[in-house]
Design a protein. Structure first.
Length: 256
């Protein structure tokens, strides 16, 4: 089966690296016209040249800082103008941690840092989703795909609460938008190769982790997650909504 995505129009946030970049690569090869959004436009532009050289559809790179006020409205308006409409939204933006940042959130972590994580991983994601929904509902077709994470925390982390909030919010939203042919789903990644992971862990640590904790014995690639995103974005996935689907090589230990 080949998914029917040629000619569809998408916004992909966090597209300069990691998962967002991998999703764009898959979409571009399948004929999707993409707005790629990130803070580093120079990286978006360089990557677009590589994708075009491989036969992918040329994207529209848009520089945007999602921490700025009005960022969601600005990005939607720019995408609407560039593409003439938005059929697919992939919320894949994530905050890159500095290499010297603590790997485990301390108990006394400042409230402002909790709020920043909540803003990027839930507030802006929600604002951007609500910006694209009216036109999707009017056309009776739309796909929202959120790259989230585990709801079952193994340690204290600023990332877990907003991602769990997205799961609960989207489940409720899915019931409201389903009659209009619009679906919303979450992809929960395990350890996927990214700029952040490569900056925070040595090659030896990653190899040992893969062998010890991942049944498939290795980290995943952004493109492997992108293939699932492509299916969820397609008309063929029209009966899937409100779901949280892991892409983790079998790492998750929970049955449900």
């Amino acid at each position: 089966m080949r998914v029917s995505l040629a000619g569809k129009r998408a916004i992909i946030t966090g597209a300069s690296q990691g998962i967002g970049r991998g999703v764009f690569e898959v979409f571009a090869q399948l004929g999707v016209r993409c707005v790629t959004a990130a803070r580093r436009k120079n990286i978006l532009e360089e990557h677009s040249k590589e994708v075009i050289a491989m036969g992918g559809i040329a994207p529209v790179p848009i520089e945007v800082d999602l921490f700025e006020a009005g960022a969601a409205s600005y990005l939607f308006e720019q995408a609407q103008g560039a593409l003439g409409g938005v059929d697919i939204l992939v919320n894949a933006a994530g905050r890159s941690k500095a290499p010297d940042a603590p790997r485990q959130t301390p108990f006394h972590h400042p409230s402002e840092l909790w709020e920043k994580e909540l803003h990027l991983n839930y507030v802006v994601l929600r604002e951007l989703t609500f910006a694209v929904l009216p036109s999707m509902q009017a056309r009776k077709f739309g796909r929202v795909i959120n790259v989230t994470g585990k709801s079952e925390p193994e340690k204290l982390s600023t990332a877990n609460p907003p991602k769990a909030a997205v799961h609960a919010w989207s489940k409720g939203l899915s019931r409201s938008i389903a009659p209009d042919g619009v679906t919303i789903n979450q992809i929960s990644p395990g350890k996927i190769v990214s700029e952040q992971i490569l900056a925070n862990y040595s090659a030896q640590e990653l190899e040992a982790y893969g062998k010890k904790d991942i049944p498939l014995g290795r980290l995943g690639t952004p493109q492997e997650l992108g293939y699932l995103a492509a299916f969820l974005a397609s008309p063929e996935a029209g009966y899937i909504t409100g779901a949280v689907i892991p892409v983790d090589g079998g790492m998750k230990r929970y049955a449900f």
